[in-house]
Design a protein around this ligand. Structure first.
Ligand SMILES: C[S@@+](CC[C@H](N)C(=O)[O-])C[C@H]1O[C@@H](n2cnc3c(N)ncnc32)[C@H](O)[C@@H]1O
Length: 198
């Protein structure tokens, strides 16, 4: 699902995990960003850094060939983030995201309930309700200052298509993480586009 040749890459919500460094040749320019400055300080490495939110990216239009994010878009307002990612991608550029399907939230509810960790159980129930909203309406709602959700294939396909992505593919390890890739439409001025994006 990863593109084989890229020049400019953006890792969204990198946290402190630098394992992606070995995926790209030295001559590839990689920007990494996270909302948490402390995690970014621990990340370091050879990347360029920015601190900020996925929903408001501090980059010029059409800056990157490839944008990816691991274990993080379930904590974002996905439709808003996708519009921003679409803006900073070059035409024909691609994205790759890992997702949380409903089994992730159900497992967390089970383990948190056994530990009497009820605020976390309530949060997971909220992510399921928000996942239903993403699936049916293509919208997410905030709760207690946070946005969180589980994702379905159909909900993600809906918001990706609306944001101007095509060639949407889903995969995963068959167990807990679902992953997806998509491409920014190459010909945005096509007269068919407004009808496809309804
Ligand atoms: C579970 S960690 C995953 C970190 C890293 N990608 C990894 O695979 O280890 C989720 C990360 O998303 C970041 N994050 C959460 N919401 C964010 C947002 N709206 N914008 C940018 N980063 C965000 C958190 O600060 C955290 O570092």
């Amino acid at each position: 699902m990863f593109p084989s040749s890229v020049n400019t890459v953006f890792e969204l919500a990198c946290g402190e995990d630098r394992s992606s460094e070995k995926w790209f040749e030295e001559n590839v320019s990689v920007f990494a960003m996270d909302v948490d400055l402390e995690r970014l300080r621990r990340f370091r490495g050879r990347y360029n850094f920015a601190c900020g939110k996925g929903e408001q990216l501090p980059f010029a239009d059409e800056s990157f060939d490839f944008v990816f994010s691991r274990l993080a878009i379930p904590y974002m307002d996905i439709p808003v983030m996708l519009k921003e990612v679409h803006r900073v991608l070059k035409l024909g550029g691609t994205v790759w995201f890992s997702l949380h399907d409903i089994r992730y939230a159900l497992r967390k509810i089970g383990s948190d309930a056994l530990r009497f960790h009820f605020p976390s159980v309530v949060y997971q129930l909220y992510t399921i309700a928000n996942g239903i909203s993403l699936h049916t309406l293509g919208k997410l709602y905030r709760y207690n200052g946070y946005t969180g959700s589980v994702q379905t294939v159909s909900g993600m396909a809906k918001v990706l298509t609306r944001s101007g992505f095509t060639d949407i593919k889903f995969g995963g390890d068959g167990e807990k993480i679902l992953a997806m890739s998509a491409e920014k439409i190459r010909f945005p001025d096509s007269p068919l586009l407004p009808r496809l994006c309804l």
